[in-house]
Write a protein that binds this ligand. Structure first.
Ligand code: ADP
Ligand code: MG
Length: 205
């Protein structure tokens, strides 16, 4: 079962991953956007770890709704409201339970991804974060590592696509040949999820 501490480790591992990969995310965004994706993600997830330390929300659902709310209020770019909605909706779907199963998380995450699609209006293949999030969500029911692998493959598969949403869509054909920054950060989020399962909680049962 996945407890509050697991969800805190997920958010902390995401913050560490976006710190580590910030310059790569910004380079990808420089190619087809406005070169702020690394900074946006970094600022957002630093604020997330800070608010989780401050408020210590109890329960998996509360960790994610708190994180999502913080992303929405901290990140000005398109990715803030989109990732914020993903985490908030997933957290809401998890509800008040103190522990959840991987199947519960898979179902809730599916609702979160659907909310991202609704908010951003993107379809699969539009070269956005959804191209990593959707395949990850489909694989989450089998395992966290399968979800991670699907997200990584989905992000890589955005390279030959033409962007149809967000800033990159202004480039038209010139967006082809570059990996989407948001799909790349979505793969980091899923890598962090798999990583959270391998690190010890250290907080007893
Ligand atoms: P901004 O585009 O405002 O500068 P970021 O650079 O932080 O914001 O994030 C850009 C990423 O957001 C894109 O690479 C893409 O994956 C994602 N994105 C942008 N618009 C949408 C959308 N409508 N639906 C889904 N994802 C989107
Ligand atoms: Mg940008």
């Amino acid at each position: 079962m996945l407890d509050t501490d697991f969800f805190r480790r997920w958010m902390a591992a995401t913050a560490a991953a976006v710190d580590r990969e910030a310059s790569r995310l910004t380079e990808l965004d420089a190619a087809i956007g406005d070169a702020d994706h690394g900074g946006n993600m970094r600022r957002g997830f630093h604020a997330v770890t800070a608010v989780l330390d401050r408020e210590s929300p109890a329960g998996p659902g509360a960790v994610l709704t708190t994180a999502g709310r913080q992303l929405i209020s901290t990140v000005g770019g398109a990715s803030g409201p989109l990732y914020g909605t993903l985490l908030r909706r997933t957290g809401k779907a998890l509800g008040e339970a103190r522990e959840v199963s991987t199947a519960d998380l898979a179902e809730a995450f599916g609702e979160g991804v659907a909310a991202v699609a609704q908010l951003g209006g993107a379809q699969p293949g539009d070269k956005t974060m959804l191209d990593a999030l959707l395949p990850a969500s489909e694989k989450l029911r089998s395992s966290l590592t399968a979800a991670r692998d699907a997200a990584l493959a989905g992000a890589e598969a955005t390279v030959p696509l033409r962007a149809r949403k967000g800033r990159a869509s202004y480039l038209g054909e010139r967006s082809i040949g570059h990996q989407d920054p948001g799909a790349t950060s979505a793969a980091l989020l899923m890598e962090a999820l798999a990583e959270a399962a391998t690190t010890s909680g250290g907080g007893g049962a």
